[in-house]
Write a protein that binds this ligand. Structure first.
Ligand SMILES: NC(=O)c1ccc[n+]([C@@H]2O[C@H](COP(=O)([O-])OP(=O)(O)OC[C@H]3O[C@@H](n4cnc5c(N)ncnc54)[C@H](OP(=O)(O)O)[C@@H]3O)[C@@H](O)[C@H]2O)c1
Length: 267
């Protein structure tokens, strides 16, 4: 596996195994994106509510990036008309299509079947190659599938050794739904954990690199965010070591359903 590796979605499309998160990447977004592209980042994650879409578009144009050079995932808000919001997002990015469009979170009233139908329409019109959800529980996903017959390509959720659910993973594996891991570095809050440090020392890697590698080896797709060049570089130097089965088991055992948002919405 390396930075050019791809994971297959149930739709037949392929997606990079690692991407760059852009929440709060609001200082010099275009420059950070240009640096990330230079370093070889194959995927960028954003959202209509991050404020980063115009800067990402600027960064892509600054590097004259070809559309096939990068995978772009973005999200519509649960309060929006999903089809119209898809067009608005593409306008901000300056792109004619996304690779992946997600419902950012389920609406308070239920599973969001209308939002899902809006994304299905957007995909049918070529505005996005694939569609998925974020912050969804297994039960809410089952309701979307029951209403439309359309299985989300992936579910983007907060996911780290400190906060994850093997039950959700089993449900998603059964249905061929990929888990994309947001806040994979726990927004730095657990980087000082002693188990992480110990495993990192054994492989001469940082705690952040151990967290990213844990995802790669579990088949979940991390999207760490970084403003600083040193972090951007460090977070992709994760393909030259392998966590042992004991390391993986020790990391799994750190699970306490930790969430930097206060609660894992899929539990
Ligand atoms: N769907 C959703 O509801 C949802 C929710 C949250 C996040 N997300 C997505 O997931 C992405 C990642 O999550 P996140 O931004 O919440 O948190 P994160 O990636 O876990 O952590 C980002 C923080 O870690 C720092 N960092 C990055 N690399 C580091 C390294 N190697 N060593 C030490 N510190 C490092 C960054 O610092 P610097 O920036 O200073 O480099 C930043 O403060 C977001 O940007 C967004 O795209 C989605």
């Amino acid at each position: 596996m390396d930075l050019t590796s791809r994971i297959r979605l149930h739709t037949g499309s392929e997606m990079p195994v690692l991407g760059l998160g852009t929440w709060q990447l609001t200082d010099n977004t275009a420059d950070v994106i240009a640096t990330a592209l230079d370093l070889g980042y194959p995927m960028i994650d954003t959202s209509g509510d991050y404020g980063t879409q115009p800067g990402i578009g600027d960064g892509l144009r600054k590097k004259s990036a070809q559309r096939s050079d990068f995978y772009l995932a973005t999200k519509v808000e649960e309060t929006e008309n999903a089809y119209e919001a898809t067009k608005k997002n593409l306008g901000e990015l300056g792109l004619d299509h996304a690779d992946l469009m997600l419902i950012h979170r389920p609406p308070s009233t239920g599973a969001g079947e209308e939002l899902w139908r809006g994304l299905i329409r957007a995909r049918e019109e070529g505005l996005t190659r694939d569609i998925g959800v974020s912050n969804y529980s297994a039960e809410l996903i089952d309701r979307l599938i029951e209403a439309t017959g359309e299985v989300p390509a992936l579910n983007q959720v907060e996911w780290s050794p400190f906060g994850h659910s093997m039950e959700l993973k089993r449900h998603h594996d059964d249905k061929g739904i990929i888990i994309q891991a947001y806040s994979p570095l726990t927004r730095t809050r657990r980087l000082g954990d002693e188990t992480l440090a110990e495993i990192g020392r054994a492989h001469e890697k940082s705690p952040a690199q151990v967290l990213i590698r844990w995802n790669l080896q579990r088949g979940t797709v991390p999207i760490p965010k970084a403003n600083q060049r040193q972090h951007l570089e460090e977070n992709i130097q994760v393909f030259d070591f392998t966590l042992s089965e004991d390391d993986m088991a020790a990391l799994d055992q750190l699970n306490e359903h930790y969430s930097s948002l206060g609660r894992l919405p899929y539990l």
